[in-house]
Design a protein around this ligand. Structure first.
Ligand code: SF4
Length: 253
């Protein structure tokens, strides 16, 4: 599954972030994209409705509860969930719009300032524009492109043009850049491509204990060639398109 292009809408509380997300999602969906959203909250809130069956299951001690309907589902997890795992759970998407997560530097971002001075505080080198919300104290005084909140067409055009798949954020140097943010800046500058991230590569991925292991191009090709050689000698393995191998290691192995 190809990771979706990702853009974050960042700003301080009550800056108009959610309105900007609504504007973008509406226009991108109208254009035929499969769009997902992801929001961060620092508030300690219970996401479930008290008294509902899943809430009662969790009150009884369940660490996680899920409710499935033919056309919808909700999962409640009383634990930390990594951003990458949450994105995978959202399914096959073209574009992911993230609200918040100011400290993440793995994707492009739109700034929604309340005041001119917010701009510098929100910058991390991956900003593609500032969004001017009616009634805010932001005057548009910045070197960034300034978009009006209601200009859905320009906002969506910019996201289609600039957003790139979320990078893993592990700063492994495998792409030849110092960290994920540097590769992101190079992508935005037109000097690199997201597929240079060796950890996001669908060419060949090795995971140990659910964590990707960085592999250079030569090692990826060697592993792949060796496994394909074995696989093609097996009944049912002669025309592979996507291959997954998983196994548990016992203590005495
Ligand atoms: S290879 Fe990927 S995970 Fe590693 S630093 Fe580059 S962008 Fe980040």
């Amino acid at each position: 599954m190809t990771p979706p292009k990702t853009v974050a809408v960042v700003g301080y509380k009550d800056s108009g972030k959610t309105r900007a997300v609504e504007t973008l999602v509406t226009e991108l969906t109208r254009r035929g994209h499969r769009v997902g959203t992801l929001k961060h909250t620092a508030e300690n809130i219970d996401f479930d409705t008290p008294g509902k069956d899943t809430a009662r299951h969790r009150e009884a001690g369940a660490k996680a509860a899920a409710i499935l309907h033919q056309n919808a589902a909700a999962i409640f997890i009383d634990d930390h969930v990594k951003v990458g795992d949450a994105v995978k759970a959202l399914g096959d998407l073209d574009i992911l719009v993230v609200e918040g997560f100011k400290t993440l530097d793995t994707h492009a971002r739109l700034l929604v300032p309340r005041l001119d001075e917010d701009i510098e505080k929100l910058r991390n080198g991956l900003e593609i524009a500032a969004v001017k919300v009616p009634g805010s104290g932001f005057t548009g005084d910045t070197d960034l492109p300034v978009m009006q909140l209601g200009d859905a067409v320009r906002l969506a055009d910019l996201v289609e043009e600039k957003a790139y798949p979320m990078l893993p954020g592990v700063n492994c140097h495998g792409c030849g850049y110092d960290d994920c943010r540097s590769l992101g800046q190079a992508i935005l500058g037109g000097e690199a491509e997201a597929r240079q991230c060796v950890r996001n590569s669908v060419e060949f991925t090795l995971r140990v204990n659910d964590e990707p292991v960085p592999l250079g191009g030569f090692v990826q090709r060697a592993f792949k060639g060796m496994l394909l050689g074995f696989l093609r000698s097996l009944k049912g393995g002669d025309s592979p398109r996507r291959v997954e191998i998983a196994f548990e290691v016992e203590d005495d192995e």
